[in-house]
Design a protein around this ligand. Structure first.
Ligand code: 6PG
Length: 237
């Protein structure tokens, strides 16, 4: 596990945009494509905006989501819709594999599992993502894996109902089996409000039922926490 501490979200987003391009260029050179699972929420939005100025071969970049809210794409709560505005429309993205949030939660979860299977890395029935972007709620959730949710999940996708801030409750999420096969996972975490939870997750006891972010332990991949000073203020230096 690597922890990178940045002055603020701006510096974090700039560095993350450069690292994204580097990773994309490497994956495209090696495997002819770059499969990335984006995160919803507010933290990654600055990164998505900055990516619009980056120039990897976007025609080889495939966009997925680690989770999605079951609201129409034009709804402000739809993560695909938010990324479309600040990134996809600017770079003319063509390989977008969104969760069909207009379907009911169960059919959307099944449909997304089918989408994943079309990019599968056998013997898996889903892809080994080259990069997974994740956020962390101040309750320790990540993607739409919430405290006290089932831990020993084997399916690649799951329909969940969760109440967090004023966000849409019905969601589809990828599950730890998928996240943990990724080649690289980045958590983007900023603000003082998350400092206590971040300390518990990184330095505290392993309690994945309480802190779902602890369920993310890439099997052979890299785990990088990109945080700002405020979020990291309680970590042992
Ligand atoms: C979502 C995300 C969710 C998010 C955290 C942090 O769809 O909302 O997947 O896990 O990353 O809730 O959200 P903020 O970045 O807005 O704090």
């Amino acid at each position: 596990m690597v922890i990178k501490v940045f002055r603020d979200i701006s510096e974090l987003s700039q560095a993350a945009a450069k690292a994204f391009t580097e990773l994309a260029n490497q994956a495209i050179a090696k495997r002819g494509r770059f499969l990335v699972a984006l995160s919803g929420g507010s933290t990654p939005m600055k990164l998505y905006e900055r990516l619009a100025n980056e120039t990897p071969d976007w025609s080889r970049v495939h966009f997925f989501w680690g989770d999605e809210r079951c609201v129409p794409v034009e709804d402000v709560g739809n993560s695909y819709g938010q990324a479309k505005k600040v990134l996809f429309d600017k770079i003319g993205a063509t390989n977008i594999h969104r969760v069909r949030s207009e379907l009911g939660p169960d059919s959307a979860a099944r449909d997304y599992a089918h989408t994943l299977s079309q990019f599968a890395d056998p013997p898996l029935d889903f892809p080994r993502f080259d990069l997974v972007l994740l956020g962390m709620g101040d309750d320790g959730h990540t993607a739409s894996l919430f405290p006290d949710s089932p831990i020993d999940v084997t399916t690649p996708t799951l329909a969940v109902t969760a109440h967090y801030q004023d966000r849409p409750a019905n969601r589809i999420t990828l599950t730890p089996p998928v996240f943990n096969q990724a080649r690289e996972v980045w958590f983007l975490v900023t603000s003082q409000s998350k400092a206590e939870t971040l300390k518990n997750i990184i330095e505290g006891e392993f309690k994945p039922e309480v802190y779902p972010a602890q369920r993310i332990r890439p099997v052979g991949g890299n785990l990088i926490w990109m945080i700002d000073k405020a979020a990291g203020s309680l970590l042992k230096k």
